[in-house]
Design a protein around this ligand. Structure first.
Ligand SMILES: Cc1ncc(C[n+]2csc(CCOP(=O)(O)OP(=O)(O)O)c2C)c(N)n1
Ligand SMILES: [Mg+2]
Length: 563
């Protein structure tokens, strides 16, 4: 019960700050270290999702941060709770997602003795988080929590860790609340925009690349209008395909794993590259081979919300420190070159090449073709359906063949973290129960966080999880076959019956062994109204859309014999 003498416990002050900053959902695994904060949720209008593992809770919060651009909120206990949650922190860091992780901490008078589950959070998370701190003085909660929201969202977004000593949370204090935070926009200057216009007017083969976070529905729509007015080809970076409508005549495809070689050639041959919001890290740059470092041959324009990234790897001809949302709005103010753009036909060709690369799945060994399943789903799911996945070779099919039709329809780890898809799907379904949410998971990938299926059942969240079972950690087997052909070590998996697993948790489960059986199974899963798992058994030979397992092995063996 809250007192009416003008005082609040520190736990109550903390939760009140969350309400003020607009938090509607938090994800947690409880711990005795922060029950005073948990208690303060009791009469506040914030939905709590209690999870089965802190990595699941942190990923759910990260997915909400990714989707909304406002910090996802996760509460975990000290020591083991915090280290379990590290998976989500690392994703938030690499994916540039705003996230605040609140961690219980030992009482202040016990610190530095290595008390039960004690950790030094500033030291442990100092290099993962944008800011890791501990609240010593309960009176400063409004100030420090306000700072956490600004730090998580400002510039390049990322994770913040706040440790909460147990005794601090029960102190009774009288302090005023902080005002509600708003993410700080960084606007491009008028000179930046006129220099950009000049560079585009002088271009012959320009390309636009979109990536990173700090986008919105309005910003992606503004970029689409800009692309139309200038007839520019637009590509997206690794796992950011939802930033541009795939049906738009300017869309040239995405720079994922195993991308369209024609898209790579197009970017290499471009004379002006405008990169908005992304870092062009190892994956989209194809191992830092796409552009010369530090000085790309092309006229390189880099628009990024965090100033520390500009000039870090690539020396831009024009570096613009702006958030994508602000930059996209400013694009309305620049004009295309007079007359017909010389590159208009190239843009049409780029889109045709994207369609040719993605329209028809390649043939693969076995009775199930994952590409055909994903192509078949395109017209069966609503445009605002969210498609989630973790890491593994199965995701290469997902990214190549899925159509992400709306901003926010793709939730996938830029960090390549296995186990992402299931909690991401549950987190987003909790936030937006009206949207269809699908997760693709590998057999290895799924069991890293598959226990959160219980969370989906507990909160009646009918997500549909497609487990692509090839009986192995296929990605690693692929690398093994390439480098050590025929020498299989630690990549085989003996799997459970995933459909029975779903039913044991109280969900819907079905097994699919032929492509054509997938679609009625999907429909039945949807109609069940329950969280569902479709256990799709694929041939282990179907290792990539381009090459079978045996072909990869034979190619590596032949290369060995030649040397
Ligand atoms: C948390 C984590 N651990 C390990 C890896 C290394 N890794 C990348 S893909 C992969 C195998 C994925 O197997 P599975 O989910 O079955 O998908 P498949 O490649 O077989 O389609 C592994 C172990 C990783 N990316 N993330
Ligand atoms: Mg597998």
């Amino acid at each position: 019960m809250r007192a009416n003498d003008g005082t609040r416990t520190a736990g109550e002050v903390l939760i009140d700050q969350l309400v003020i900053h607009g938090v509607r959902h938090v994800f947690c695994v409880p711990g005795e270290s922060y029950i005073a904060a948990l208690d303060a949720f009791h009469d506040r209008d914030i939905a709590i999702t209690v999870c089965r593992h802190e990595s699941g809770a942190a990923i759910m919060a990260e997915a909400c941060g990714k989707e909304t651009g406002r910090p996802g909120i996760c509460f975990v206990t000290r020591g083991p709770g915090a280290t379990n949650a590290a998976a989500g922190l690392h994703i938030a860091q690499q994916d540039s997602t705003p996230l605040i992780l609140f961690v219980g901490q030992v009482a202040r008078e016990m610190r530095e003795r290595e008390a039960f589950q004690e950790l030094d959070y500033r030291a442990v998370f100092g290099s993962i988080a944008k800011w890791a701190t501990e609240i010593d003085d309960s009176a400063r909660i409004p100030e420090l929590v306000s700072r956490a929201f600004h730090a998580a969202t400002g510039g390049r977004p990322g994770p913040v860790v706040m440790a909460l000593p147990e005794d601090m949370l029960v102190e009774r204090i009288a302090v005023p609340d902080a005002p509600a935070f708003e993410p700080v926009e960084t606007w491009p200057g008028a000179t930046d925009m006129s220099r950009l216009q000049k560079l585009l007017w002088a271009a012959e083969r320009p390309v636009v690349l979109l990536g990173g976070s700090r986008w919105s529905q309005a910003a992606t729509a503004a970029v689409a209008r800009f692309a139309e007015r200038f007839a520019l080809p637009v590509a997206t970076t690794f796992r950011r395909a939802h930033l541009f409508d795939p049906d738009h005549r300017c869309y040239a495809g995405d720079l994922g794993i195993g991308p369209n070689p024609k898209l790579l050639a197009r970017i290499k041959a471009a004379d002006v590259i405008l990169l908005v919001g992304g870092r062009l890290g190892e994956q989209p740059s194809q191992g830092y081979t796409l552009l010369d470092i530090p000085a790309p041959r092309q006229t390189f324009v880099h628009v990024y919300p965090g100033v520390e990234e500009l000039g870090r790897v690539y020396r831009a001809r024009l570096a613009i420190n702006a958030s994508p949302t602000a930059f996209a709005a400013a694009l309305e103010g620049i004009e295309p070159p007079p007359g017909e753009a010389g590159w208009r036909n190239e843009t049409a060709l780029a889109h045709a090449e994207f369609l040719a690369w993605t329209d028809k799945p390649t043939a693969v060994p076995g009775a199930v073709n994952l590409g055909e399943i994903i192509v078949g789903l395109r017209d069966q799911i609503p445009a605002d359906a969210v498609i989630c996945n973790g890491a593994g070779n199965f995701s290469v099919w997902v990214h190549r063949y899925a159509r992400y039709r709306r901003y926010g329809s793709e939730l996938a780890p830029i960090s390549g973290s296995m186990g992402y898809g299931v909690p991401a799907a549950i987190g987003i379904k909790r936030l937006a129960p009206e949207r269809m949410v699908i997760a693709f998971a590998g057999d290895g990938d799924f069991l890293m966080t598959g226990q959160e299926f219980a969370t989906a059942v507990q909160y009646k969240l009918p997500v549909i999880i497609v487990v692509v079972d090839n009986g192995m950690y296929g990605t690693i087997r692929m690398h093994q076959e390439r480098h050590y052909p025929g020498r299989v070590v630690a990549t085989d998996l003996k799997n459970p019956d995933f459909a029975a697993y779903a039913r044991a948790f109280g969900g819907h489960g079905a097994t699919v062994e032929r492509t054509a059986d997938f679609f009625p199974a999907f429909e039945a899963a949807r109609k069940s109204g329950l969280p569902a798992i479709l256990h799709v058994k694929v041939d282990p030979e179907a290792l990539t859309p381009a090459m079978s397992l045996s072909a990869i092995r034979e190619k590596a063996q032949a290369a060995r014999e030649r040397v």
